[in-house]
Design a binder for this molecule. Sequence first.
Ligand SMILES: Nc1nc2c(ncn2[C@@H]2O[C@H](COP(=O)(O)OP(=O)(O)OP(=O)(O)O)[C@@H](O)[C@H]2O)c(=O)[nH]1
Ligand SMILES: Nc1ncnc2c1ncn2[C@@H]1O[C@H](COP(=O)(O)OP(=O)(O)OP(=O)(O)O)[C@@H](O)[C@H]1O
Length: 445
Amino acid sequence: MEVLHSHSIPTINFSKLNFPKFHRRIRRIRLTSLKLHGIRAEASSLSSSPSLSPSTAGEKMVVELVGAFNELTERMNVLSKSSSRLLFKALKLSIPILQGLPLSPDSRSPLTKALSVALLLADLQMDAEVISTGILRQAVEAGVVSTQQVRDQIGVGTAHLLHESLRFKNNINLKLQVLDDDTAAALRKYCLTYYDIRALILDLAIKLDMMRHLDYLPRYQQLMVSLEVLKIHAPLAHAVASNYLSFELEDLSFRHLFPHSYLYVDTWLRSHETGSKPLIDIYKERLLQSLKSDPALGKMVDEVSVLGRYKSRYSTMKKLLKDGRKPEAVNDVLGLRVILKPKSDVGNLSEVGERACYRTCEIIRSLWKEMPHRTKDYIARPKANGYRSLHMAVDVSDNGKTRPPMEIQIRTTEMDMLAANGTASHSLYKGGLTDPEEVSQQSVI
Ligand SMILES: Nc1nc2c(ncn2[C@@H]2O[C@H](COP(=O)(O)OP(=O)(O)OP(=O)(O)O)[C@@H](O)[C@H]2O)c(=O)[nH]1
Ligand SMILES: Nc1ncnc2c1ncn2[C@@H]1O[C@H](COP(=O)(O)OP(=O)(O)OP(=O)(O)O)[C@@H](O)[C@H]1O
């Protein structure tokens, strides 16, 4: 790989830079901690510089590059040699170009925007090709880099994904003239079946980044964008099973569209939080410890996991509106899900799994007060779509402090597979797909 020479880098107005997080990291750069596979040659040119306060534009550019590279790779759980090379090449091409562009209408620099999208994608554990495309798209959309250049300098795979993501964006914009329920559902289905799913996730990340910085737009445009996100992008995020994206997309658009309702739900939810640790994490740990230390359960299962989530403000509001109930009557503002992997050597696997679910229910009753009439046994009586799980709601109020109700779903790994990818999948239940065959295609992708 060629070495970065500072004289090959154009002079840039660095005073326009605006990404403090990276600057903080740059000061702390430790070359030994860099995950730079095969690109130490470039990086070591930095270490040979007498101080870490670079003086020339070229040196500063290298520091920016290493800082961004470091920040991204630290968030990626899997990083091969070829991935790190790809990411490095994309950053090397984009950073000097993006730094030279004027500020965007939302007052951020195009480089800041590109890097926030890239960080989002890295947090979602997307591969290096998607993250690189996320960075390059800013430069391509600004008209300063062409797809051909990306193909020649970065690679065919990245150029193809870039092309696909632009096609996705343009088609969505074209088709977004009418936003009634049927058109929105048809459009979501089209998106899910027609495109490389990674292009879709890239677009969702860009949308989330945009939603986080919507305040600069006139109010009517904020409403238009929010409505589109609520109808198309948030359900798409549900369909590709990204809670991380769907939760925030829903809540940001809800906040713009219905500020008073948002404030009402938000204030109610915040009023229950205490201290620095979120309540849901406290309950999750408590339950996990109790389940792991139960000898009877230990004889039936090899593994126990507990997932926790807050209901989004939007999803909470929908429940309030559905039947006019009060916030405290929404069962699942706090939600835990217990997933049990039954032992294969103590009897019939599904029977052992079911017994383990009922044992878990008893343990939960010993921890918290079960709320009457809220328990649903979809193990004994599966839903028509095949969904199986044991649901209960518990009152976690203590010492006179009231808390929102907490729903606990208990299931085996087999039941969970069906709820995630099968006929009872959440994508069918909530994400806008209608055909189970499509769900299994999505999960393969
Ligand atoms: N994947 C999947 N999840 C489901 C399905 N049915 C229910 N769930 C999950 O279970 C939760 C509670 O469902 P139920 O106990 O049936 O309650 P509900 O009637 O939907 O609503 P409330 O009683 O108002 O909470 C839902 O919010 C989903 O998270 C299904 O068919 N597929
Ligand atoms: N008790 C729970 N524990 C952990 N995750 C949950 C729980 N309930 C729902 N989830 C997950 O949280 C995400 C958001 O779900 P959300 O609360 O918005 O809707 P829902 O509970 O599925 O449906 P509804 O609003 O119709 O009750 C989904 O991925 C869902 O699988």
